[in-house]
Design a protein. Structure first.
Length: 975
């Protein structure tokens, strides 16, 4: 393309009009001469004279009032025009006299227009033309199905165009136009007279693409960190304008933008739409109104629900910003409803000169509190700002009121601004039906920040006005005095800071429920060496790294002591102390501290511990901690030691803990510990050496420990029950103490048990406990009467106490059992075998049918001094003896005498004791004895069957005296 300066789109209209009149001239001549060829020739010559480089067209119709042209092509150095059809309507008389046409109608238009390079438009000429009246020698112009391609320095733009212009009487021209692309559309309603008045509606469906196509770099002007932080979608504008010449007299603009999506790190905003309207009066902006319809907003941990932001301004000298009641919430559990009214005042450069406003909270809730409605008034300018709050109270804690909270900032534009804050914290008593406050009284809060070029210092102090209640919780109320002070020093040049925190409390006393404390005092101190805030900021989202950096730079110490602490269950702790303090850093352990606990006397119920002392060392890092704890105490005047080693490791979101513990030195010497807790064992004494050890493990919320219990040299004395157990020993291992399940084959044994006159030795039992409610005895037995009594394996549950036992008797010697009977004047030898089933129902034993019978492998003899039992020696005869009686007596064959002689030497062939026959409820024992007696004169066979009548309790008392232990209840014989 040559370098000729290009014109604007208006030149097309001028040349189009010339082209129309040229055609008209050809039409007139053609009609007059009745020759289309002549009209065509004259029109081409006329177009050439207008400066058009190339032009082609075909005549379609040529009449006295209308003509049509087809396939028009016009080319110049800066545009190409193709028209499929052009139709002109006219009145030859008006054309000749007034040089006017009725209408021009173009259809199927394609226009390529080059707007690159500098413009040659004479604005003054256009201004004069409009003011003097724009020439329009037509009644109407219509363009349909037009495709326009504009080439600019930014590229090419294509759009469909519809245009209609018409005279409206006098010198007024009215028109409408509509341009449409795939994503944009513009509609124009125009009125041109002495002024240009128009209404413009524009719509953009893909605003980002439109801005990019026009070379508008809008993203860099926005205050977002990410390049793609904002996503624009659509926009529309509705404008009514009035021009005098080319000077804008007034305009009313209304625009809609949205929806908008903003995603910039922690900021997410979903803006449904933005509506803006304003008026232009010359160069002044008036009557500004804006509505921002917010769908949702989230920033960091804060979420704001759907709301509307309204902005008003009459002349941009000041603004009125309103946000109606809006719900918000945070991930920490806070939520509420707020509203804002703010009035910034702008200077001539439209920067904020001063401001004032009010922030109102009609609702404010959290997991811990609900605040009563309150307002915050604020105001300020470029030099200072203040914010004040009347009374702040919570609905859940009406006793807590923060009064006169005021913050002032001075010297905002200086290098040394000063900040002061003050408030009164009032904690007041309420009627008894209200919950007690955690604090009572009045506390003063003072805070300050001093700013210097080299150092900045901030401090906060809480001070009570009088001795008051320090803390009152559902389970504790603490009285006394306290003061808390925090100081922060900051060096801006090095970007380092130190923190110091001090808390002191004295005259501590409590009086609540079952707890009380007397003579207490506490102190807390925390300080840091200079901390590099750049490193803190670097690690702020990395807790392990932050702790590893900050912990070695932090020193802390907390101490609590008192004369007496009383608690539930008759707990009394006298002369106690507790403390934790930091220690020097170890090379691989940024965390290094020590915990110490101590008490002179600890009494819980009937038990007392003296000289309790605990020392625990903690070292490690955020992800891994180790503790090594040792404790000593005196129990029953014997030293007891406790050791605990524990490690805690953080794995992903859970922690894993492992450790081991051991308790040694529990030594009971003739202790009355059982009698202190069980009145039924009054007078008993216990001796034992006890040790416990195990391993602990935890993961997340689950925790468990193993426990191995060892008891040695155990002994029990219970004189009232004639019970004595010697040399008790046991080993019980719980792999999981929480499941209350032992390992298989746990043992308990004793050398000797004495119950009344009965003594048993070699007591042994092997068992297992499952789930803390089920006992499985693998084997149990004891030695008694030179034989063995054993139990077959059985299982019993405490939840359903039912079981079947089978007691087996193996080779029990009759001799020691008979020897225990003082009334028995004789001797019995032999051994017995047998069994006795016992059924447990509802926790009580029910004896089954059992037996004892003579062991055939062991000889059995009975020798009993029965002289006089059956004969009447030394007494007066009851009746005169017959000759036969005298003869039998002489021959030593008298039956009663023979029986007495037989019992002195009886060889037992059969002996059976039937126990608890269900068919003989009143006969718990039946004895069957068979044997042969040698009287010297004769071998006498003997067969004796006898019943032992009575109750089971009477029989057992007779045999074993078990009722002395209270194991068998007395029973009445069945009637």
């Amino acid at each position: 393309m040559n370098s000729k300066r290009k014109g604007q789109l208006s030149r097309i209209l001028v040349r189009g009009a010339l082209f129309g009149f040229t055609c008209l001239g050809g039409v007139v001549l053609g009609v007059y001469l009745a020759r289309i060829q002549i009209a065509h020739f004259l029109a081409e010559n006329a177009l050439t004279e207008t400066g058009i480089d190339e032009a082609r067209f075909e005549w379609g119709r040529l009449d006295s009032d209308i003509c049509t042209l087809k396939d028009i092509f016009i080319k110049s150095d800066y545009y190409n025009l193709n028209v499929k059809r052009l139709e002109l309507s006219y009145n030859l008389k008006d054309v000749w006299k007034k040089r006017e046409l009725k209408s021009i109608h173009l259809k199927g238009v394609e226009l390529y227009y080059d707007l690159t390079g500098p413009s040659t438009v004479d604005l003054l000429e256009i201004d004069t033309l409009i003011k003097n009246g724009t020439p329009f020698p037509l009644q109407s112009v219509t363009i349909e199905d037009a495709m326009v391609t504009l080439r600019t320095d930014l590229g090419e733009t294509k759009f469909d165009l519809h245009l209609a212009l018409s005279q409206a009487g006098g010198s007024e021209i009215r028109g409408e136009a509509k341009a449409v692309t795939e994503t944009e559309s513009i509609s124009l309603d125009l009125s041109i007279s002495d002024r240009i008045r128009g209404s413009i509606q524009a719509t953009v469906l893909d605003l980002e693409s439109t801005l990019a196509a026009n070379g508008i770099e809008w993203r860099s002007a926005l205050p977002f960190s990410q390049e793609e932080a904002i996503q624009l979608t659509s926009a529309s504008i509705d404008t009514y304008i009035v021009f005098h010449g080319i000077t804008l007299e007034s305009a009313s603009v209304s625009a809609n933008l949205g929806p908008l999506l903003i995603r910039d790190y922690d900021l997410e905003a979903d803006i449904k739409s933005v509506r803006v309207s304003f008026d232009l009066l010359g160069n002044e902006v008036r009557n500004i109104e804006s509505d921002i319809f917010l769908g949702s907003l989230s920033y960091d941990q804060l979420f704001v629900s759907e709301t509307q932001v309204q902005i008003f301004s009459s002349d941009l000298s000041d603004l009125l910003i309103k946000v109606p009641d809006t719900q918000w919430e945070s991930t920490n559990g806070e939520n509420g409803v707020f509203s804002i009214v703010a009035t910034p005042v702008l200077n001539d450069e439209y920067s904020i000169e001063s401001y004032s406003g009010e922030l109102s909270f009609s609702e404010l809730h959290s997991d811990c509190f609900n605040l009563a409605p309150f307002d915050i008034a604020f105001k300020g300018d470029l030099e200072s700002a203040t914010a004040s709050l009347g009374n702040l109270a919570t609905q859940a804690m009406p006793w807590l009121v923060i009064e006169n909270l005021k913050t002032t900032i001075e010297g905002l534009t200086t290098e040394s601004p000063q900040i002061e804050a003050s408030a009164a914290i009032v904690l007041k008593e309420l009627p008894s039906f209200h919950k007690k406050p955690p604090l009572t009284g009045r506390w003063n809060l003072q805070a300050s920040l001093s700013h210097g070029l080299d150092k900045q210092k901030a401090s906060v102090t809480f001070t009570p006005e009088e001795v008051t209640r320090i803390a009152s919780l559902p389970f504790a109320t603490l009285y006394g005095t306290a003061q808390l002070r925090a100081e922060l020093d900051y060096w801006p040049t090095d970007n380092q800071a130190t923190l110091a925190l001090n808390l002191t409390a004295a005259e501590l006393a409590t009086d609540f429920n079952d707890w009380s404390i007397q003579g207490g005092k506490a102190s807390l101190s925390l300080s840091t060496e200079p901390v590099d805030l750049l490193l803190v900021g670097k690690h702020i989202n990395n807790t392990p790294a932050l702790i590893e950096y900050a912990a070695p730079l932090t020193k802390y110490e907390f101490n609590l002591e008192g004369t007496e602490l009383n608690g539930p269950s008759d707990l009394v702790v006298q002369w106690f102390s507790a403390g934790i303090r930091s220690l020097d850093r170890l090379p691989s352990s940024p965390i290094h501290s020590r915990i110490e606990l101590g008490a002179g006397i600890v009494q819980l119920g009937n038990e007392t511990v003296n000289q309790f002392s605990l020392d625990s060392g903690i070292q490690g890092s955020y992800n891994f901690l180790e503790t090594n704890t040792s404790a000593t105490l005196l129990f029953e005047n014997e030293p007891v030691s406790i050791s605990l080693e524990q490690s805690v490791e953080s794995v992903t979101k859970e922690f894993v803990s492992k450790g081991k513990y051991e308790i040694k030195g529990i030594h009971l010497v003739h202790s009355d510990i059982l009698a202190r807790h069980l009145p039924a064992l009054k007078g008993s004494s216990v001796s034992a050496k006890i040790a416990l050890k195990g391993e602990t493990q935890a993961k997340g919320k689950s925790w468990d420990t193993s426990m191995h219990i060892q008891l040695r040299e155990g002994g029990l004395r219970l004189p009232s029950k004639e019970l004595r157990i010697d040399s008790i020993r046991t080993d019980v291992n719980f792999p999981s103490f929480l499941s209350s399940t032992t390992s298989p084959s746990q043992t308990i044994a004793a050398d000797r048990i004495t119950i009344g006159d009965i003594e048993a030795t070699q007591i042994e039992s092997t068992f297992m406990i499952a789930d803390g409610s089920q006992l499985s005895v693998e084997k149990a037995g004891l030695s008694i009467f030179e034989g063995r009594v054993t139990l077959d394996p059985f299982t019993i549950s405490t939840t359903d106490p039912k079981a079947n036992f089978l007691i087996r008797f193996d080779r029990l010697s009759i001799t020691p059992a008979i020897a225990m009977l003082d009334f028995f004047d004789g001797y019995v030898s032999g051994r017995l075998n047998g069994a006795l089933p016992i059924r447990i129902e509802d926790g009580y034993p029910i004896l089954g049918e059992g037996y004892l019978k003579l062991d055939p492998s062991e000889p059995a003899q009975l020798s009993y001094n029965a002289i006089g039992f059956f004969t009447d020696q030394g007494s007066d005869p009851l009746a005169k003896k017959t000759l036969g009686d005298k003869l039998l007596e002489r021959l030593k064959l008298e039956p009663n005498a023979l029986l007495e002689d037989a019992l002195e030497s009886l060889t037992i062939q059969k002996l059976r004791l039937d126990l608890f026959n269900k068919n003989l409820p009143n006969t718990p024992m039946r004895i069957q004895l068979e044997g042969t007696a040698d009287t010297g004169n004769a071998q006498i066979p003997l067969n004796i069957t006898t019943n032992v009548n009575g109750t089971e309790a009477e029989l057992l008392n007779f045999l074993t005296r078990l009722d002395s232990l209270g194991l068998i209840a007395d029973q009445e014989p069945n009637q």
